[in-house]
Design a protein around this ligand. Structure first.
Ligand SMILES: CC(C)(COP(=O)(O)OP(=O)(O)OC[C@H]1O[C@@H](n2cnc3c(N)ncnc32)[C@H](O)[C@@H]1OP(=O)(O)O)[C@@H](O)C(=O)NCCC(=O)NCCS
Length: 428
C-alpha cells in the first residue's frame, strides 16, 4: 500500500479501495471505481459552489488565506503593487516571467497600438439608454468585439490567440471609458498613445476641452497599483466563468464577456459599492458602536469584512489602506474615511469579528478611493473588470493549453420526479 494514498472501505459492499493522493488531492474520477454492482454508475462527490474541489492545476496565482499571502507567478503582491506597472504585471501573468527591456517595449507598443475600437462599436453604444448601467454596457461591448474579429474562433492557433489577448487588454479601458461618457452624454475621448495604460484611461474618462490631458501622477500611480491588485485572484467566480465558457472553445471575447457578467453580480464585483452605501448610512463616527451592535445581533452585515479564502487581513486591503492617504492628499479627503477607520478599529478588537476571523478585505477601502477620484459607484465593478482581464486571459490560455482539460460539464444528483405519464391539459 502506498504511503501517498487514501484507503476507503465501502460499507455497502465491504470492499476496500486505494485512491492515490497527488498534490494534496484525490481524483474525483477514482471514486467512480467504487460501485455496489457491475452496472452501478459509480460514486460521485457532491460539492455545490466548489467549496472543496480543485478544477484546475494552475501556475498563475498563489493564495494562502490563513497567512494572508497573495503572489502572482511567485512574486509577492506587495512588491508588484509598489514596483511594477499594470502592463508588466499583465505580461508576468500571461507569460510566467517578468519581461526583459525589449520584451516590455514590444508588449507596451502592441497594447498601446490596439487601443482603438472600430467606429461601428460607437453605434452599438449609442443604442443604450442614457442611464444604462456601465457594467451592462461593458458586457455587451466585449461580446460585440467577437463579431469584429471572426478569426478569433480559431483557438488552435497560438499566434491568433496572442493577438486577441493584446486586443482585449488594450480595448477594455476604451470600452469602459466610452460607457462612462455615454452616461454623462459627453463625446468619447480617443486614446492618447503617449500616456501610460492608467494615464490614458484617465484621459479617456476625464479629458474635456484641454488640447492634451495630463493625468495627476499620484492618481495615475494609485490607479496603476489598484489595477495590479485586481489583476488576478485564482479560481474565483468570474475566472471560473471564463474557464468554463472558454472550455467550449468559444472565442475569448465571449469567454471574457462571461467573466464581466459574473463580476456584475453584487456578491462578486459589487461589494465596494455596498461598503460606500453602508458608510453613508452610518453617517458619522459616533454612530459606529451602534452599528457594530446591529452586526453582532445579526441585523446587519459589515460590508468589506470577511472573505471565503482569507481568514487573516487581506494583503490587498493593507496596500489599499496605505494608498488611500496618498490619494486623499490630492483629491479632497473622503468624509467617509473616519467612519471606515473607526469601524475597522472597533471590529478588530471585537470578539464577534475576532472569533470568526473577519478582517477587512480588498473592497473595504477601494470604494473610498474610487469615490474620491470622481467615479460614480456604477463604475466600481468596471474598474475591477479592466485589470482582471489580464487574469482571465492568463487563466483562459492556461486552460486551452492544458491537455487534461475538456469541455467543463459538472455532474448532478437528480432529485426530481420519477417517470410519469403525460396528462392532456384538459384533464389536469
Ligand atoms: C465574503 C463573504 C461572502 C464570505 O462568506 P463565507 O466564506 O461564506 O463566510 P460565512 O458567510 O460562512 O461567514 C462565517 C461567519 O461570519 C459571519 N460573517 C461573515 N462575514 C460577515 C460580515 N461581513 N459581517 C458580519 N458577519 C459576517 C457570518 O454571519 C458567519 O457567522 P456565523 O458563524 O455566526 O453564522 C462574507 O464574509 C461577506 O458577505 N462579507 C461581506 C461582503 C464582502 O465584503 N464581500 C467581498 C468579498 S471580497
Amino acid at each position: 500500500m502506498s504511503a501517498k494514498s487514501l484507503t476507503v472501505t465501502d460499507n455497502r459492499t465491504g470492499k476496500v479501495y486505494e485512491l492515490p493522493i497527488e498534490q494534496g488531492a484525490i481524483r474525483a474520477m477514482d471514486l467512480r471505481r467504487i460501485k455496489v454492482s457491475e452496472d452501478d454508475f459509480g460514486l460521485m462527490s457532491y460539492d455545490p459552489a466548489f467549496m472543496n474541489t480543485a478544477s484546475a492545476r494552475s501556475a498563475i496565482t498563489f493564495i494562502d488565506g490563513d497567512r494572508g499571502i497573495l503572489r502572482y507567478r511567485g512574486y509577492p503582491i506587495e512588491q508588484l503593487a509598489e514596483r511594477s506597472t499594470y502592463l508588466e504585471t499583465a505580461y508576468l501573468l500571461l507569460h510566467g516571467e517578468l519581461p526583459t527591456v525589449s520584451q516590455m517595449d514590444e508588449w507596451v507598443y502592441q497594447i498601446t497600438h490596439h487601443t482603438w475600437v472600430h467606429e461601428n462599436l460607437k453605434k452599438v453604444m449609442e443604442g443604450f439608454h442614457y442611464d444604462a448601467h456601465a457594467m451592462g454596457m461593458l458586457v455587451s461591448m466585449v461580446s460585440a468585439l467577437s463579431t469584429f474579429y471572426p478569426e478569433a474562433k480559431d483557438g488552435t492557433d497560438g499566434e491568433t490567440r496572442k493577438l486577441q489577448i493584446v486586443r482585449l487588454i488594450a480595448k477594455m479601458p476604451t470600452l469602459a471609458a466610452f460607457a462612462y461618457r455615454h452616461n454623462l452624454g459627453m463625446p468619447y475621448a480617443y486614446p492618447d498613445n503617449h500616456l501610460s495604460y492608467a494615464g490614458n484611461f484617465l484621459n479617456m474618462l476625464f479629458k474635456a476641452t484641454e488640447v492634451k490631458y495630463e493625468p495627476h501622477p499620484t492618481l495615475e500611480r494609485a490607479l496603476e497599483a489598484l489595477f495590479i491588485l485586481h489583476a488576478d485572484h485564482e479560481q474565483n467566480c468570474s475566472t471560473n466563468a471564463v474557464r468554463s465558457v472558454g472550455s467550449s472553445r468559444v472565442d475569448p471575447y465571449c469567454a471574457v464577456a462571461s467573466g464581466v457578467a459574473a463580476l456584475y453580480g453584487p456578491l462578486h464585483g459589487g461589494a465596494n459599492e455596498a461598503v460606500v452605501r453602508m458608510l453613508q448610512a452610518i453617517g458619522s463616527k459616533d454612530r459606529v458602536p451602534q452599528f457594530i451592535k446591529q452586526v453582532e445581533q445579526g441585523k446587519a452585515k459589515l460590508m468589506g469584512f470577511g472573505h471565503r479564502v482569507y481568514k487573516n487581513y487581506d494583503p490587498r486591503a493593507k496596500i489599499i489602506k496605505r494608498m488611500a492617504d496618498e490619494t486623499f492628499e490630492v483629491t479632497r479627503p473622503n468624509p467617509l474615511l473616519p467612519i471606515a477607520l473607526e469601524l475597522e478599529r472597533i471590529a478588530l478588537e471585537d470578539d464577534y469579528f475576532v472569533s470568526r476571523k473577519l478582517y477587512p478585505n480588498v473592497d473595504f477601502y477601494s470604494g473610498l478611493i474610487y469615490q474620491a477620484m470622481g467615479f460614480p459607484v456604477e463604475m466600481f465593478p468596471v474598474l475591477f473588470a479592466i485589470p482582471r482581464t489580464a487574469g482571465w486571459l492568463a487563466q483562459w490560455q492556461e486552460m486551452i493549453e492544458d491537455p487534461e482539460q475538456k469541455i467543463a460539464r459538472p455532474r448532478q444528483i437528480y432529485v426530481g420526479a420519477g417517470e410519469r405519464e403525460y396528462v392532456p391539459m384538459g384533464m389536469r
